[in-house]
Design a protein around this ligand. Sequence first.
Ligand code: SF4
Ligand code: SF4
Length: 473
Amino acid sequence: MSEQEKRVDQGGVDALYEESTHWHVNTGEETIHAKRMPGMWRNLKWLSSTVWIFFFLGPYLRWDDRQAILLDIPNEKFHILNITILPQDVWMLALVLLFFSILLAAVTSVAGRVYCGFFCFQTIWTDIYTLIEEKLEGGPAKRRKLEKAPWDLNKIRIKTIKHTLWLLIGALTGVTFAAWFTDAYDLWIGYFTFTAPTVAWTVLGLFTVGTYVLAGFMREQTCFWLCPYARIQGVMYDEETVLPTYDLNRGEPRGKLKKGQHVEGMGDCIECNQCVAVCPTGIDIREGQQEGCITCALCIDACDSVMDKINRPRGLIRYASYDEIQGKPTLPLRKRPRVLVYFTIMTLAVVGLVYGLTHLGAIELKVLHDRQPLFVQQSDGSIQNKYFIKLLNKTDADMKIRISATGPEQMVVVGADKTLVARKGRLNSYTLFVRVPSRLLESASTPIVFKVEQVDAEEITAEYTSMFMGPRR
Ligand code: SF4
Ligand code: SF4
């Protein structure tokens, strides 16, 4: 007997064959009870799930005397730390959405549905729901047995605990979602004292039921039937996209080990079905790329552990591109036009965002020149123009302001000596008249610069250039 044959873990392989009779691909008629196996990708999946901790804790972070991130839709304001974004700045939100949608496309083009496998709330919540199920009901075989068993006190007890925990997680998801849109602490008080607004109760109800149904019952069927991303992913793939792939050349012809040994001429796949057993969507990766594959790589962990048992090199299922499997040279990212286009768009979106955030002032000034009439000749010979000043105060406090202007010689701004009030979070309107002696006007239009400054805080100012109109010369 060769050294390799001696080291085959025969007991382990027999156990896999014994178990493999329970596994079959997803037909949509039965609940998928995926097996959990340890491994590098499993650990990475848990690690990536932790990004959702921010979703749960984010609403409780404070900045000054309010929530650090508050999407205050009723008052049409988004607060992010000390930045306030009003509807006028909503183009930045469009850039954020553009950035993330192109990022999703770029990542999909490079490494498939990594978002689905490692970050999507549907797969992560399903993972947590099935973990609870496993802790209470046992492994896949026990769960199937319990499903078929008649109702008795023990089954009622287990199912009650499981569904209560699922509902509680759904409710916590609902409260957390609502907390991004209103003060989180007030929201909890509102729920406990039954004084929360109707919309808060509606969000809580929808999320509780929605999470319970989607993560608890529909699971992978949501990815199959409801998720639009699964439908469009194909257009983002190319021959260079790396995906969990079964190495057909190495694995086929597949066949069971006979007395712990490979039959002459057989490939490395020993038909143990472990890759199907761990798949949360219940597909068989050996049949090629499928719409149901969420790129979670759990089948890689499973197959690697089998390869260890039979003393074959890992990587029969591995992250690989179509070209790599075909033995063709692989292109570096910088030579893939699709990826370059995605990264260019993302860079432009980031540049736009940085520009927007660094140019967000506390006030925004616009000056409209009255065009009917363009000017009025006064009895003293001076020319008068009328301007509408539109001042958006983006801060949370009323502001005392003064308006001034620089332009033609001996210009008089009527009302400029007064201190005005700009109401917080509102577009404030003022009307100003500017007069210039007619003899001093050298042309029909002369630039005039309006300046608004806060009376008690020098750093808040805004300027706007308009024109002073007079008779043709
Ligand atoms: S690909 Fe790997 S895990 Fe899947 S059946 Fe073959 S040997 Fe088993
Ligand atoms: S085939 Fe593999 S990578 Fe795809 S969903 Fe199933 S376990 Fe995850």
